[in-house]
Design a protein around this ligand. Structure first.
Ligand SMILES: [Zn+2]
Length: 428
């Protein structure tokens, strides 16, 4: 496993160099402690390449915050027997809130991403921003109320929203498919309501952070995470860090052109991956087929009401062996495979994780995606990254938003604050 310091971080401005370096060291040490229980400080120094003095300093920060605990003495190799360390995933808890087009989800998890409590509420995307914000707050109150003792130890809230965000200002800039949702100071609304630190991230990037920390991407440094639902977005992890690009604009995989003569996308371009492969395009193709009298069980699944045909319905019919539905899912998988092959050529990730509603179509979709990537990516079979589904289903983005909190809390100043905040009686 690699624990080298990403060079991009070292270049981040001189005044903060020491602090940033220290944070990176904390992360490096914590990564090793999380992956193997019962290591000593000397073991960590050996694995990370950090000096024993640095390890001793960062471990004491982690022990003060309760994230790492000493479990007893190991065997002596001559001198004093070493104190062994382990990760304490219940030192504090993290909350993640995900705004979707038809539902909101809040989870409270421990530091291993294990869900302690969860609330899911349906929303009407046309209800207006205020009504939607109040559903988000309601779901969060409900999840906190169900969290029991953990509720008092929640360190912060991560917010996953679709579309463009401004992480610095805690702003949800614009969400496609949610009318009227623009320039919402969502982090501030949550800070005012819950009195906790809050951060905002785009849903695909939140999913990538969650997969890297708790999910299928754990142990990898370079991850492409693709969220396929009503839209298509990507979260990109490069050298262990999320890549946001200029003004957080990176990852718009859905607006990559895959057919120059294709139908028009809401963005104004023609033949974007999103209009060829996302949920609405699957539903639209099914509606066209049913209307023209094709033989398929999709019609029966909605009781003949064609306006109720969605990608989920098509996926259900495909599962039951409907040939037409299977063809539509494969078609989506083929375009998705083209988009992913292009992204693989550009990024060379170690693993590709696909989440979102359409990803739940399962093997029919994944087989086609893998086949297409294999055929089209400029890479040998040896280099071809595994393409796997997210293990967290519809919670992937909310768990990712919670993971964002953990990542943000691991900066040195905040860990110390956390130790004070959650353990008022204990000396730091
Ligand atoms: Zn587009």
């Amino acid at each position: 496993m690699e624990h080298s310091i990403p060079p991009s971080l070292l270049a981040k401005g001189k005044a903060n160099d020491t602090r940033i370096l220290k944070s990176i060291n904390v992360l490096a040490a914590l990564k090793v402690i999380r992956s193997t229980s019962g290591l000593s400080r000397a073991d960590i120094a050996r694995t990370t390449g950090l000096t024993p003095a640095t390890v001793s300093s960062v471990v004491s920060i982690l022990v003060s915050a309760g994230i790492v605990r000493e479990t007893g003495y190991g065997e002596s190799s001559g001198g004093r027997p070493p104190l062994l360390l382990e990760f304490n995933p219940d030192a504090f808890y993290i909350a993640g809130v995900d705004l979707g087009v038809s539902k909101v989800i809040t989870v409270v998890t421990n530091l291993e991403g294990e869900v302690v409590s969860r609330a899911r509420l349906e929303i009407d995307a046309h209800a207006g921003p205020e009504a939607i914000i109040s559903r988000l707050l309601d779901a969060t109150h409900a999840a906190f109320a169900d969290a029991g003792d953990a509720a008092a130890k929640i360190a912060g809230i991560g917010l996953s929203v679709p579309g463009l965000i401004d992480a610095e200002r805690g702003l949800s800039v614009f969400a496609p498919n949610i009318p009227g949702w623009a320039s919402i100071h969502i982090a501030q609304r949550f800070r005012d309501e819950f009195g906790l630190p809050c951060w905002v991230e785009n849903d695909a990037r939140a999913m990538a952070i969650g997969e890297a920390m708790f999910g299928a991407g754990r142990g990898y440094q370079n991850i492409l995470c693709v969220n396929v639902g009503r839209g298509i977005g990507a979260g990109i992890i490069v050298n262990g860090e999320i890549y946001r690009g200029k003004q957080s604009g990176a990852g718009e995989l859905g607006h990559m052109t895959v057919d120059p003569n294709g139908p028009m996308c809401p963005c104004g371009n023609h033949g974007c991956l999103e209009v060829m492969a996302a949920g609405p395009s699957i539903a639209a193709a099914a509606i066209r087929a049913v209307s023209s009298g094709a033989s398929t069980s999709i019609r029966e699944l909605t009781g003949g009401r064609i306006e109720e045909i969605t990608a989920e319905v098509v996926s259900e019919a495909a599962d039951q062996g409907d040939t037409l539905a299977q063809g539509l899912i494969r078609e989506s998988g083929r375009y998705l495979g083209i988009g992913i092959a292009n992204a693989v050529n550009l990024l060379s990730p170690e693993i590709v994780v696909i989440g979102g509603g359409v990803a739940r179509a399962g093997d029919i979709l994944f087989d086609e995606v893998r086949k297409t990537v294999q055929r089209r990516a400029f890479t040998t079979m040896v280099n071809l990254p595994p393409i796997v589904p997210s293990a967290r289903g519809e919670d992937a983005s909310s768990i990712g938003a919670a993971a964002l909190v953990f990542e943000e809390m691991l900066t040195v100043g905040r860990i110390a604050d956390l130790g004070r905040q959650l353990r008022p009686t204990k000396q730091l």
